[in-house]
Design a protein around this ligand. Structure first.
Ligand code: SF4
Length: 387
């Protein structure tokens, strides 16, 4: 009986089609992207994504209240009027029961809940909130919940969503008003989207004793001429002013039956370089001006941005490993926060004078960083790559 219930539940979810394939929800979006690219056909197991969440890897139910939508974002599989999209709608009770069934059966431990917009953002967000409320307060679920925030909802709805969820996402989609107008003509950049992220930070600031969701956003990359400089400038502002936990970059991929179906897909390497740069802003506290943009505003695709910076700035001024401040160590390609801390800890105990010593304290492939460093005043010998 229970098995039949789970199977029926998954069958209805599977009618939603490829909802799970279009939106990263965990902390390893690049891995999700690879799975998405390999996907030939959708089946019900795709509703459950193994995601790296803030509290570790979990099988998360990734779904929508409805796949119907009254808006017409040019890139979106769910846009109004797209004939090929199957429209499936859940009511809050039904979605909450669906989640409960799968959670009790041990199939999922976590929920990522999004929605198309029907009867306006406020009505749609109420359904998302009602669902999460039932799951938290009637069913008593305490695990991971990630809720999408519809554009332009009310302040109190945002606050309630943040009380119920561990994470909320407000997807800006584009880095400026003009780019958003080209991508999603019915969305309003500042009032409907940026303001939601500002409010979320204000709510967290005003209620520091409450357990409230962190915020993330997502950009669609490369469909409307957006540059890496625009995307990373906006990312830097969001990290510093709206205290975002994460910015996601989703390389544009044309969907048949949409106005953008004839546009070329954005290469995955661009998305990857944006993630690398975004971590330099968020975790290494770089200023956006320090990133090595080319004259057209994009990053080089063929080289890691940290290495491109080091090739200009460190080749003639290598970092002395025995004396450098932590911030200077973090500028060296191949040295991250863990490596920098290991160097500082170990150099107090004795000289790090050979690449082998760096390897012994956990720096992987120290030959890669040899040209950017000095060890006890000397540049370490390393094998230059001939090809
Ligand atoms: S509002 Fe969301 S679901 Fe609707 S068309 Fe735009 S991106 Fe798609």
């Amino acid at each position: 009986m229970a098995g039949r219930l789970v199977s029926e539940t998954l069958t209805k979810l599977s009618q939603m089609g490829d909802v799970t394939l279009h939106e990263p929800a965990g902390d390893s979006p690049q891995a999700e992207r690879v799975r998405r690219a390999r996907k030939q056909e959708f089946n019900f197991s795709d509703c459950i994504a193994n995601l790296q969440t803030p509290s570790g890897p979990k099988p998360v139910l990734k779904t929508m209240m409805t796949t119907a939508c009254e808006r017409n974002c040019h890139y979106c599989v769910f846009r109004a009027g797209r004939a090929k999209t199957k429209r499936v709608t859940f009511q809050p009770d039904e979605m909450a029961t669906t989640f409960d069934t799968l959670e009790r059966a041990g199939k999922v431990d976590g929920l990522f809940l999004s929605s198309g917009i029907i009867k306006g953002s406020v009505t749609t967000q109420d359904k998302i909130i009602d669902t999460a409320d039932i799951i938290r307060n009637r069913q008593g679920y305490r695990g991971y919940i990630h809720l999408k925030i519809m554009p332009g909802i009310e302040y109190d709805q945002l606050y309630r969503s943040m009380q119920l969820a561990d994470r909320i996402s407000v997807n800006l989609e584009a880095p400026t008003s003009a780019r958003l107008a080209a991508l999603a003509p019915k969305k309003v950049f500042i009032e409907e989207l940026v303001q939601m992220l500002q409010w979320a930070q204000q709510i967290r600031r005003d209620r520091q004793n409450e357990r409230l969701a962190s915020s993330v956003t997502q950009f669609v990359i490369g469909a409307v001429g957006d540059t890496d400089l625009e995307l990373l400038s906006m990312s830097a502002k969001l990290y510093s002013q709206a205290k975002l936990a994460r910015v996601y970059y989703s390389a544009f991929s044309p969907v048949p039956g949409t106005p953008f179906e004839g546009l070329p897909a954005t290469e995955a390497i661009r998305e990857f370089r944006l993630y690398q740069s975004s971590f330099l802003l968020r975790d290494y506290k770089w200023d956006v001006e320090e990133l090595p943009f080319l004259s057209h505003g994009n990053l080089r695709a063929d080289v890691d941005p940290k290495q491109a910076w080091a090739d200009v700035h460190l080749i003639h001024q290598p970092v002395e490993i025995m004396r450098a401040e932590r911030e200077q160590l973090l500028r060296v390609p191949g040295i991250g926060p863990v490596g920098a801390d290991a160097i500082i800890r170990n150099r107090r105990r004795g000289a790090l004078s050979e690449l082998l010593h760096l390897r012994q304290i956990g720096i992987r492939r120290p030959d890669r960083l040899a040209k950017y460093i000095l060890l006890n005043g000397k540049q370490p010998a390393y094998q230059r790559r001939l090809f």
